[in-house]
Design a protein around this ligand. Structure first.
Ligand code: 9WN
Length: 430
């Protein structure tokens, strides 16, 4: 085992708060949904029980209607805003801990398959009951997605808040977010800019709109039907839909192993619906997949990493393979490390500002996975190698400047450590 692998494991241990992992100390002091799913896969490369535990702690926050919240507030902390008082969600789920009121990308199902497969190769038959329990939690959340976030049956699931996408201030949301009021009743006490430079973080007006949206949904008492009608921001997101579709395929794989026939049928229907929805979002002229603004009815054409995420779920046609390869190469041209989260030739590109240009290791991990699935192994290997090099050069930072390779945002970041462990694990097992 290399020193750097050791260091990655040490970060996960350092950020462990008793069976769940915070994304990083102070800046993000709670359990985040998709971070934990990625982290559990990192754990699976060396500690199966701890990997399971990460997901088990996450479902402690699952709502009665199946939603898996984006933050679980296991223990209080005043180093992050907005905390549980701003969300005020306790009536939506009958047990402790308190949670936020929105969700995040459902990487959970992908993680569960990854962990279970490793457990099986290690001959760990004893994980069956744990797998079954987590499988049913995931299934309930997938039902929630289909019912609550695709009520108009487009085969695409919608986000009602940019934080749900996990790509909070992506240029993809600019136009839709501009329609949201900046007026808030809640005093905005940002903590993030006390930990990292404001130049790397979303703007103040973004935060005003983020909090305004929380207030709108809080006034709906977090009732999903009321929220759908009241939402001033509503986007059918291809990144979210692709992750849900892929996670659905992974749950089908688990259900087959567990011999759950009804569940296989139910999940197969969901899978078909989502793949049909995604296929309709491909745009030849843009060489990628685009989200749909459900309020304006318009395509969101801004070139962001979401263009390529559907590869994790879809088998592309031959002409699409070439198009995607050329487009990704164009985005990476002249960069020390790709894939930038916003195309560098776009007027929205900012190499250091959060989701407006920087490279994120977990996004590269998804892109690599999608390229491999689509027989673009050479390009996948280049991106994988560059991601590993960026981490080895700049450390386990939250994200990286694609032009300089500099590490930015939070330090000792859990999902960057997890990405390193999983990408290295894959390389070592090739
Ligand atoms: C809001 C924890 C999370 C990630 C998101 C990332 C950032 C939070 C924030 O940090 O979002 O959820 O306060 O900026 O955008 O993807 O899950 O690492």
């Amino acid at each position: 085992m290399s020193d750097i692998t050791d260091a990655a494991r040490a970060i996960l241990a350092f950020n462990d708060r008793g069976g769940y992992t915070v994304p990083t100390d102070a800046l993000y002091p709670f359990q985040w949904n998709w971070d934990s799913a990625f982290v559990s896969m990192g754990f699976a490369t060396f500690n199966i029980d701890r990997a399971y535990q990460e997901l088990e702690r996450l479902i402690e926050g699952q709502w009665d209607d199946g939603m898996l919240p984006h933050i679980v507030f296991h223990v209080p902390s005043d180093t992050y805003f907005p905390g549980p008082d701003v969300w005020n969600t306790h009536h939506r789920h009958h047990k402790k801990p308190t949670t936020s009121g929105i969700t995040q990308p459902p990487v959970f199902g992908m993680a569960l398959r990854y962990i279970y497969e490793i457990a099986l190769t290690e001959g760990r038959e004893d994980v069956l009951a744990r797998t079954r329990l987590l499988f049913h939690a995931a299934l309930r959340s997938h039902r929630w997605w289909m019912k609550v976030r695709d009520p108009e049956k487009r085969g695409l699931v919608a986000i009602l808040h940019p934080w749900e996408s996990g790509s909070d201030n992506s240029p993809a949301w600019d136009e839709a977010l501009a329609r949201v009021s900046t007026i808030t009743k809640t005093e905005i006490c940002r903590q993030d800019t006390k930990h990292v430079s404001a130049a790397m973080r979303p703007h103040h007006a973004d935060y005003q709109r983020f909090i305004h949206l929380v207030e709108v949904y809080r006034e709906c008492k977090w009732d999903p039907v009321k929220q759908w009608s009241a939402a001033p921001f509503k986007v059918a997101d291809v990144q979210m839909t692709a992750i849900l579709a892929r996670a659905t395929a992974d749950l089908i794989w688990i259900a087959s192993h567990l011999n759950l026939l009804d569940e296989i049928n139910e999940l197969s229907t969901i899978h078909r619906i989502l793949l049909d929805g995604l296929r309709g979002r491909w745009r030849n002229n843009l060489r990628g997949f685009v989200s749909l603004d459900l309020i304006s009815g318009k395509d969101i054409q801004k070139p962001t990493q979401a263009y390529f995420i559907p590869l994790i779920a879809i088998e592309l046609d031959t002409y699409q393979h070439e198009a995607v390869q050329d487009e990704i190469e164009r985005w990476c041209n002249g960069m020390i490390v790709g894939v930038p989260s916003t195309a560098p030739f776009s007027s929205d590109f900012e190499s250091k500002r959060y989701w407006r240009g920087p490279v994120w290791a977990v996004i590269n991990w998804l892109i690599v996975d999608g390229l491999c699935k689509n027989h673009l192994a050479e390009l996948a290997a280049i991106i994988e190698g560059n991601t590993i090099n960026a981490i080895e050069r700049a450390g386990f930072r939250e994200y990286f400047d694609p032009i300089t390779g500099e590490g930015l945002g939070g330090n000792s970041f859990s999902w960057t450590a997890a990405a390193y462990l999983v990408l290295r694990h894959r390389l070592n097992n090739q």
